[in-house]
Design a protein around this ligand. Structure first.
Ligand SMILES: [Fe+2]
Length: 299
């Protein structure tokens, strides 16, 4: 049979859709990839239920949407270079991983276009992954705040999470089951515009949030931005950044994803924030993750 048309059902929330009518354990046709990409750009988060994929399937799927991204502070699973295990033991006491709103790896010069997660062990309760549409948040900003955001560059850094003195650094409890690898490389800084034009949709969107954004790159003479090594000492503009942060997880623009076993999720890291949620103490959880890197072919 020729390519079956994808069955795409919006989640009912402002973003997110479930996709059926495709078998991700088999290679995809170019037509299927194009249809999935179009749905991904439209809905920002796609869930594919009932996909008993193995690691080869997950890697093959990921590479149809871009190169693998660099995952600097995770160790890969045994025998793979580009798959990380997002896991938590039933009796783990460490703080929940990725509980704060964020986009992935925005401190990189060319941050990832997207992330894929495939569920292997799903707890019977809790563990939703939540998303917020950052196009919608941008469009809903008060006019003066939006104008400020449009004109502002910010500094990103992984230091709050992955530096030796960061959240997942040397003070992290010993019983964390995830293979997180803190490093002084996390002190590096990267400047990005606070508002970016999505390279494929052409829509303006907020990019990242406090957590990875550590400061505003203030123009000192209207043209030149302060150098990276001085930026850390500049007073952060928490007035306006904080105000934007307070609006970035507006419930009006959220989707809370409920997991099932053998489900693939892919999100567009360029236009959503996400976070993990708990509520499954006493239960194990395991997902395999790949990162869709910066794809020069779509720019
Ligand atoms: Fe994340």
């Amino acid at each position: 049979m020729a390519d079956a048309k994808l069955d795409i059902r919006p989640s009912g929330a402002p973003i997110g859709a479930a996709v059926r009518g495709v078998d991700l354990t088999a290679p995809l046709t170019d037509e299927q990839v194009a249809a999935i990409r179009a749905a991904w750009l439209e809905h920002q988060v796609l869930a594919f239920p009932d996909q008993p994929m193995n690691d080869d399937d997950l890697e093959r799927f990921t590479l149809r949407f871009g190169p693998f991204g660099e995952d600097p502070f995770f160790a890969a699973i045994e025998g793979r270079h580009h798959i990380a295990a997002i896991q938590r033991g039933a009796n783990e006491t460490s703080p929940l991983f990725a509980e704060n709103w964020h986009a992935d790896w925005t401190f990189q010069e060319f941050g990832p276009d997207g992330t894929c997660l495939h569920s292997r062990i799903v707890p019977p309760v809790g563990g939703n992954t939540e998303f917020v549409d950052q196009y919608a948040v941008y469009e809903a900003l008060p006019e003066d705040l939006r104008a400020w955001a449009d004109a502002t560059d910010v500094w990103h850094s992984a230091r709050g999470g992955y530096a030796p003195d960061g959240l997942y650094g040397e003070g992290d409890p010993d019983d964390r089951s995830m293979a997180i690898r803190p490093s002084s490389a996390a002190y590096a800084m990267q400047r990005h515009p606070l508002v970016r034009v999505h390279p494929e949709t052409g829509r303006r969107t907020l990019y990242s949030c406090l957590g990875y954004i550590i400061g505003v790159a203030e123009p000192d003479d209207g043209r030149r931005f302060i150098p990276a090594d001085e930026a850390a000492t500049v007073e952060l503009d928490h007035g306006r950044l904080g105000e934007i942060y307070g609006l970035q997880h507006d419930e009006r623009f959220r989707y809370s994803h409920v997991w099932e076993p053998d489900m693939l999720l892919m999100w567009d890291n360029r236009c959503v924030l996400h976070r993990a949620t708990g509520g499954y103490d006493g239960h194990e959880r395991l997902l395999h993750r790949t990162t869709i890197g910066y794809n020069a072919d779509v720019r």
